[in-house]
Structures are given as C-alpha cells and as structure tokens.
Design a protein around this ligand. Structure first.
Ligand code: ATP
Ligand code: MG
Length: 419
C-alpha cells in the first residue's frame, strides 16, 4: 500500500474533548474517527487491526465448536418482556425507538433472548444439543460515562458466544473449555502477559463469573492479583476472599485493569423465559442450560494501544499490526532510492508480505515521527547513505533494535521473518 494514496492523514493533536490515551493515539494515527463521545468509526488502518483481532477470536471460537451467525440489531420488545429485561429499571442502558406505526423496538445490547428464540425454532431433541452459536456484531448501550475512548463505546463491536447444553454438567464442561479458548485469544493478540482470569460476581444464576482483566492504568476496574497462581479477584468480591479456596490466606496485590472479556454461567433463566426446551431420550421435556461468553473488539484494540504505546506513539504486536513492515524511503527524489524502494515494495506485495510504503516527499524527521506514531512493527529505511554501503536498515518499533541487511538479501530475509 502506498502511503501517498492512503486517504487518512496523521495529526499532531487529538480533539480537545478526548481524554483517553487510546483514543488520542488512534485518532492522531488516523486509525479511527471520533463521531461523538463513545462512538468511533474505523478508518482503513484501524479496520485492519480490528479484522486481525476478529480473525483470532473467530479461529478460537470455531476451534471449540462455535457456529457463527449474525443477528439483527433491532429487537422485538415481547422477547425481552418475557425475561423481564425490557424494563429500564432492570437494564438501564437500552436505546429504544419507535417504528412508524408506533411499535416500540430496542437496539440490542446483548442477545440471550432473541438467540434462545431462534434456537427454539430449530432445535427440539437431545440429539441436537449442545450448540455454541456466536456472532461478531455491533451492540448499542447508552453508557452513562464514555470517557475511556474505545474502551467504553455507546456503539461497539462484541463477539458474543452462547452455549446451549442439555445439563448443568455439560454446561460446566464447556465453560472450562471456554476459559482455555479465552486464554489463547489474549495470548495470540499480544496481551497474554498482562491478562488474568478474575473471579467476579455471577449475576442471577451463579455465584461467580470470570472476567479476563488486562493490567493497565487506563482500565476502569480494580482487581486483586495472586501473583503465585496468576488468578485474580475483582474488587467487588474482596469480602469473599476467605471463602474462595483459590485465595484463602494469599497476599493479593491491587491493580487497575480493563475487562477485555468475560464468561458467565446463565442457568436456565433465558431459555425458560423464551420457552426453549428439548425432549430427552424418554421423550420428556427438559430445560436448556446456557452460558454467555463476551469479548469487546474495540476494547481489546484500545487496551493493546494503552498497554504498548510509548512516548512516540503506538506499538502494535505483530499479530494485530495493520501492516508488518513500513518502508520509509528517505529522499524519494534520489533516483536510486526511489527505484530500490519501489522494487522492494513490489517484491513484498507479490510475496504477500503486508507492507505500507511511505513514498511521500517529506523530511526524514517527519517520516520517522509519523512512522513511530503508526506503530508498525518493522521499519525498513531506504536512504542514499545506506545504499552507498549496499545495505538497508530494519528497525524494530518495539525495542529500537536496528539490523543492517544486504540489499540483495532483503526479500529472502523478510520471507524468513514472515513465516
Ligand atoms: P463492563 O463491566 O465493562 O461494563 P459488561 O460486564 O457489561 O462490561 P458484557 O455485557 O458481558 O460486559 O460484555 C462482554 C464484553 O464486551 C466485555 O467484557 C467487554 O470486553 C465488552 N464491552 C462491554 N461493554 C462495552 C462498551 N461499552 N464498549 C466496549 N466494549 C464493551
Ligand atoms: Mg463487567
């Protein structure tokens, strides 16, 4: 991709009303556009990051037997009345609106009710359970505070998976599996070292749920971490500490953190409310046991931005970077520089190596500052001086390490590092 053709531009300043580091950097880098508080549009660079996160999540959900679907945002009131969640006193962040004929509808903030209703239409026998449908879809929540940038949106993308099982035992088995899948996801996107499975309150059915909390000062949560086991406790449960086997007598360390995902046992509350039952081997009607498993994609992206950024800008882990390489050609008016950079760019694209090529006629200082802000993992510097020595420089964004590689060997070396 030629940077001269990219319609987004970097900015020296973020909007005055933006207070969070993640949004400031992502706006300045041209990854997102702020529409209003808690509402962001993803621009080409931001969408590339988002898609990478999405693909990691999708692969791990498919690996545990997930089946992807895509549900509507507009929600029928009656389904939510059955579970008691239409009431604004029960769910205080609904966006509701009216159809032209006066019918009231809601904009989905989660999907237990409509999904149970869909499954009821397709599943009736024990032979057809368990199932694990999931979607990666937009949610609407009229959040009271939206000061954490992409971490707390009023419109945001969520991966929500739901399990539908024949028994409580079958549900708990899948719940344990989902913990492993979540651990893998956060490792793969680069947050593994800082993300801890955290006991949190469980809602109506179960005493506890589990949150995946990433340590960051930008987070809205407080957790207590047992460094020896790597398990943590949400602050709201601190009084429970001595009742929990895992934490009894342990010294816990307080941290600020962001909830990047969570998993819940839901019992039979929603399936029962929607009238979704199955017939067992004896033809007897049985309840369906549910769980829910959420991850906020924008929140994951924002958390990655917060955790890795330095004073010069974003620092993307390779797995989610918009491009892996950033060719920065200095002095593009010099014919040899231009020719070499064009050729390397062409070779890389032909070999399907993800690369952004800064082919613009700007000063080295400007180019480097922008490259730092964008946070692409490896910068390939092509300059007159380097070419005199017959080499190119590759600089790692993360640690600043510089390697010189012979010009003739560049493609081979890049292909090796890409595999
Ligand atoms: P929180 O406690 O942060 O308000 P929640 O417990 O209500 O979130 P769920 O409804 O279970 O979260 O949503 C699942 C996941 O979706 C969360 O773990 C989080 O990653 C993400 N998420 C929730 N609310 C938002 C939001 N307003 N903006 C972005 N991501 C969100
Ligand atoms: Mg929560």
């Amino acid at each position: 991709m030629l940077q001269s053709k990219l319609f987004t531009k970097t900015k020296k300043e973020a909007p005055k009303d933006e207070v969070s580091k993640n949004a400031k950097l992502l706006i300045r880098g041209g990854f997102v556009h702020k529409e209003m508080a808690g509402v962001y549009s993803y621009l080409p660079l931001g969408l590339r990051v988002l898609k990478k996160i999405e693909n990691v999540i999708r692969e791990e959900m498919d690996a545990v037997g997930g089946q992807e679907l895509h549900m509507s945002v507009l929600q029928e009131k009656s389904l939510w009345e059955k579970s008691g969640r239409w009431n604004d006193e029960v769910v205080d962040n609904w966006f509701k609106t009216d159809l032209k004929n006066g019918t009231e509808v809601g904009l989905g903030s989660t999907h237990e009710e409509p999904l149970s209703n869909i499954l009821k239409d397709h599943i009736s026998s024990y032979k057809e359970l368990p199932v694990y449908p999931y979607q990666i879809q937009v949610k609407f929540r009229n959040e009271a505070r939206a000061k954490s940038g992409l971490m707390r949106g009023r419109e945001f993308l969520m991966k929500d998976m739901y399990s539908f099982c024949k028994s409580e035992e079958e549900q708990h088995e899948f719940y344990e599996k989902s913990k492993k899948a979540y651990t893998k996801i956060f490792e793969r996107v680069g947050l593994g070292d800082k993300t801890y499975m955290t006991f949190a309150s469980g809602g109506t059915y179960s005493k506890y749920s589990h949150e995946f909390q990433t340590l960051t000062e930008a987070g809205e949560d407080t957790i207590y971490l047992d460094e020896s086991s790597g398990l943590a406790l949400n602050k709201e449960l601190l009084d429970e500490k001595e009742n929990l086997e895992e934490f009894k007598g342990k010294d816990l360390v307080e941290h600020k953190s962001a909830e990047v995902g969570n998993i819940f046992n839901l019992g039979t509350k929603f399936s029962e409310a929607e009238g979704f039952f199955y017939l067992d081997e004896n033809g007897e009607k049985q309840k369906v046991w549910m769980g829910s498993y959420g991850i906020g994609l924008g929140r994951v992206m924002a958390t990655i931005a917060e955790v890795f950024a330095d004073e010069n800008g974003l620092v993307w882990p390779e797995a989610v970077a918009p491009y892996k390489f950033h060719i920065v050609a200095l002095d593009v008016k010099n014919e040899e520089v231009r020719k070499t950079a064009d050729e390397i760019h062409r070779m890389m694209e032909r070999s399907n190596i993800e690369v952004l090529y800064d082919d613009r006629d700007l000063s080295a200082g400007e180019k480097f500052a922008e490259s730092d802000l964008l946070g692409i993992p490896y910068r390939i510097v092509i300059s007159e001086n380097n070419l005199k020595e017959g080499v190119l420089e590759i600089k790692s964004r993360k640690d600043g390490e510089i390697k010189k590689i012979e010009k003739e060997k560049i493609l081979k070396s890049l292909l090796e590092s890409d595999s």
